[in-house]
Structure formats: structure tokens, C-alpha cells
Design a protein around this ligand. Structure first.
Ligand SMILES: [Zn+2]
Length: 310
């Protein structure tokens, strides 16, 4: 499968890709979209296309492509949060680096992952460099939360939005990557159509097992007591938020089914149709549980209060 097949591509992205293949520098691209929707794959593709020395860019075979793919090309610099933040020092050192002459070709590529994690001074430092762009530098900013960036930064960038795919299209993309059909459908639904997220989940059996337990516990309500359901939904430490995510997904899928729409979790369609749970009510309970967990109420108490309220 082509590495790009699974990304929901719009016309703008295709145009930018063609112009990168022609060697034209766009000074700043802002790639936005949910987790696992292809931002990083696209950024890596742009880096290789801009640095490639082959004919059909990115050729994937020349030394520049290989170095860039491994993150080792001397004219490519990637920065990402350290301890959850990108500080001004990291941005300043990037800017100093961009002021130097490129090492191999005539251009530098700078990728900033989770760009929203730049604090204010880091963003201001970056802004200066976006306002007076160096001809040889191309910035790629990646973020799930463009609203956390200074509007002045956003306005300096060409914006490309990435989207989740419909669940069936996501499952097909996973199948083309060699995944077995049933598992692809399960993962596509669990990841709400995000191919990258589905691939991550494929390596996390504990997370998938937790989904089963959470669904069993929710569906046992009414037959079992809340206490029994709570013990059925027992969660390893550190997995509490994952459990709530699965509950939220179940709630949203119930709401979809109640409204005659298709759920994300197509592998659970029959069970969702049989379920007696009120989706809206479950969703409200999940939101409340999240707030309680944030204010340090113990998980046991959060869970039993939640299950009782249903
Ligand atoms: Zn190449």
C-alpha cells in the first residue's frame, strides 16, 4: 500500500504535494487534525520530497530520502515537546540552525510536532522567524489544537486539515496494509476511523481487552448490581482514562444507533442494537466521571457513582 493511500486528501494538500515535488518551498505549513489522521506521515513525506536527490520525488531510494526517513538528514530538524512543553530555547536553537547554510542541498526543513505545546515565549520567537522567512527554510507545524497557537502564527501558515476516514474506508486501508478483515473492522471502529490510531491500538492488546470488559460491564447493568458491574470493569492503574474513553465511545455509538445512524464500532453493531442503555445519559455520566477524576476523586468512587447513576 502506498504510504499516503489512507490519508483523506483534499485538493489543497495535493497541490502542495505537487509543488513540493517541483522543488518549490512553502515557507510554513500548518498541518492540523486529530490524532492518527496522517499529519506526521505527511510531514515526513514533505521533508523527503524537498530533500530528495532522485528524479521522482521522494524516490525513497536515494541517500537523502533514507536519511530523512530515519530523521538523520543534516538539513532536517525535528523538534517535539520535552516534558510536555516546547520551550523558547528549543525554538531559538532551531532558528540559529536555520541561519546556517544548508549542509547538503539548498534548503532546511524544520518540523515542529505538537506545535501547540510551545509556550508563549517560544511562539513569539517562532513568529519573528515566520514574519521574516529565510528563503531556504520550510517550516512544518503539526497540531491537534490549532486554537492554542497565536493567531499571528496561524495567519502566516498555509493550513492543511487532516480528517478521520469513514470506518469502512479506514478498515479497508488497514486491510490493504495486511490486516485480517475482522480485526481491521474492529480496530477501525475502536479508533473512530483514524488509521494511525488504529495501528497504534493493534499493538496494545491490553487496551482492546479493556474495551471488552468495559462493554460487558455497561451491558450487565440492570442484570447485575452496580457493585458487580464495577468489579467487572476493574481497571489497571493508569488505564482509568482509557476506560472512560471506551465508555464515551459506547455512549456515542448508542446515540447513533438510537438515531438510526451507523455506529463507529461496526463489529459491535448487533450488541449495540440490543442494548437498553440510554446513550445520552451514559455520555453525561462519563463527562461527570472525567471531571471527578480530574479533581482527584478515587477511581472506585468515580466508577460506582457513575454506574449507580445509570
Ligand atoms: Zn530520494
Amino acid at each position: 500500500m502506498n504510504e499516503f493511500d489512507w490519508i483523506a486528501r483534499d485538493e489543497k494538500l495535493q497541490q502542495l504535494m505537487r509543488s513540493a515535488q517541483a522543488g518549490r518551498i512553502v515557507h510554513a505549513l500548518l498541518l492540523t487534525g486529530g490524532r492518527g489522521t496522517g499529519k506526521r506521515t505527511a510531514a515526513n513525506w514533505f521533508a523527503r520530497a524537498m530533500l530528495c536527490t532522485g528524479a521522482d520525488k521522494p524516490c525513497g531510494a536515494c541517500p537523502a530520502c533514507k536519511q530523512a526517513a530515519a530523521g538523520l538528514h543534516p538539513d532536517l530538524r525535528v523538534i517535539r515537546p520535552e516534558k510536555n512543553a516546547i520551550r523558547v530555547d528549543a525554538v531559538r536553537s532551531l532558528i540559529d540552525y536555520l541561519a546556517l547554510k544548508p549542509y547538503e542541498g539548498d534548503r532546511h526543513i524544520a518540523i515542529i510536532e505538537q506545535a501547540d505545546r510551545m509556550n508563549d515565549s517560544a511562539q513569539n520567537a517562532l513568529l519573528k522567524s515566520l514574519e521574516e522567512p529565510v528563503d531556504s527554510a520550510m517550516f512544518l507545524l503539526l497540531t491537534e489544537s490549532p486554537g492554542a497557537l497565536l493567531p499571528t502564527i496561524v495567519s502566516r501558515c498555509r493550513i492543511v486539515r487532516f480528517h478521520e476516514l469513514p470506518v469502512r474506508a479506514c478498515a479497508e486501508a488497514l486491510e490493504r496494509g495486511g490486516m485480517e478483515k475482522e480485526r481491521a473492522l474492529l480496530l477501525a471502529g475502536a479508533a473512530r476511523g483514524s488509521v494511525g490510531r488504529a495501528r497504534e491500538m493493534a499493538g496494545d492488546e491490553a487496551l482492546l481487552a479493556l474495551r471488552e470488559r468495559v462493554i460487558d460491564a455497561l451491558e450487565s447493568l440492570g442484570r447485575a448490581s452496580a457493585a458487580e458491574a464495577a468489579s467487572a470493569a476493574a481497571v489497571e492503574k493508569g488505564r482509568e482514562r482509557d476506560a472512560l474513553d471506551w465508555m464515551e465511545l459506547w455512549a456515542r455509538d448508542r446515540m447513533a444507533v438510537e438515531n438510526g445512524a451507523e455506529p463507529f464500532q461496526l463489529d459491535q453493531a448487533a450488541r449495540l442494537a440490543r442494548s437498553k442503555l440510554d446513550g445520552q445519559r451514559l455520555l453525561r455520566a462519563v463527562m461527570r466521571a472525567r471531571r471527578e477524576l480530574e479533581s482527584n476523586v478515587s477511581w472506585d468512587n468515580v466508577l460506582s457513582a457513575m454506574l449507580l447513576s445509570l
